[in-house]
Design a protein around this ligand. Structure first.
Ligand SMILES: C[S@@+](CC[C@H](N)C(=O)[O-])C[C@H]1O[C@@H](n2cnc3c(N)ncnc32)[C@H](O)[C@@H]1O
Length: 269
């Protein structure tokens, strides 16, 4: 399945179960980018449009906003959301575009004040090309803000530690945490013509409260692919261990969460 087909197939699930969890880091990124002061903004990997629509309702100084995603189904759901939303600031010239972060040729050189992309660059094989395009469309002095998952977040840690315990390995094509370190992100941006202003780690909380929420993740969510590949005996053992760890966390009043690294930088030249 190529990238678009993967995200097209996942779009409705993303809207129903994921987007609300990734909104807090997007809002923090927007704050740290001073997005409320910017006139020309591009959001890359807008998915089902929750952050886009928040911005369209709340930005007062923006003149244009471009929302890009590689998945046509994500963009279709985002358009529906915008259509159903009241309170949109119609002064902002807004467009949705189906396109890849690595080819934003429909956006003019040096036209944007802010480039924001929450939870995307870690999935892009050619990260240099991603940053070249961001740099091309940003004005000199324009700001970029990115967020990536950090190595072994709480939820994945629960799954991966327990996979290891039963002697199995995850079937990821690419390690989703390969750039989820502060020093790696700082160097990546510095090496590609940006001056880093802030880079920080955050945790966002996942609203998984009961064993049913864990079962849902095993059958529909992030653990679906590797859970499905286990033998029936391993499935039982794996689930039992996870449920027991989850119970211990709750006894300790600790919610499941995801760890991430965010970065804000300026285009230097
Ligand atoms: C984990 S979601 C994050 C979405 C959203 N920014 C958020 O924080 O909820 C990743 C999104 O990146 C999009 N995506 C994946 N590869 C992309 C690419 N090359 N260019 C643009 N978007 C891409 C997917 O379609 C999906 O909507």
């Amino acid at each position: 399945m190529d990238g678009n087909a993967f995200w097209d197939a996942r779009a409705q699930y993303y809207k129903d179960y994921n987007e609300i969890n990734t909104l807090p880091p997007a809002l923090t990124l927007g704050n740290m980018l001073n997005i409320y002061e910017a006139e020309h903004i591009v959001e890359v990997a807008c998915s089902t449009g929750l952050f886009t629509v928040f911005c369209l309702c709340n930005l007062e100084k923006a003149k244009s906003f471009i929302s890009v995603d590689v998945s046509g189904t994500m963009i279709k759901l985002a358009k529906e959301r915008k259509h159903n939303q009241t309170g949109i600031n119609r002064e902002i010239a807004h467009e949705f575009a189906i396109g890849s972060a690595t080819d934003l040729s429909f956006i003019k050189d040096e036209s944007q004040d802010v480039y924001v992309s929450n939870m995307c660059i870690h999935m892009i094989p050619d990260k240099i090309r991603f940053l070249e395009e961001a740099k091309r469309v940003l004005k000199k002095g324009g700001k970029i803000g990115l967020t990536v998952p950090s190595e072994k977040d709480g939820l994945m840690d629960l799954f991966l530690t327990n996979l290891d315990r039963i002697g199995c390995k995850p079937n990821f094509k690419e390690n989703p945490w390969s750039i989820g370190y502060k020093d790696v992100m700082v160097k990546l941006l510095q090496d590609n013509g940006f001056k880093v202003i802030y880079c920080w780690q955050d945790h966002f909380k996942l609203p998984y409260h009961d064993d049913e929420d864990i079962d849902f993740q095993l059958s529909h969510g992030d653990a679906k692919s590797f859970f499905a590949s286990l033998t029936p005996e391993k499935k039982v053992e794996f689930r039992k261990n996870i449920i027991s760890d989850f119970a211990s966390m709750k006894q300790n009043f600790t919610p499941l969460q995801m760890k991430l690294i965010s970065i804000v930088a300026v285009k230097e030249v």
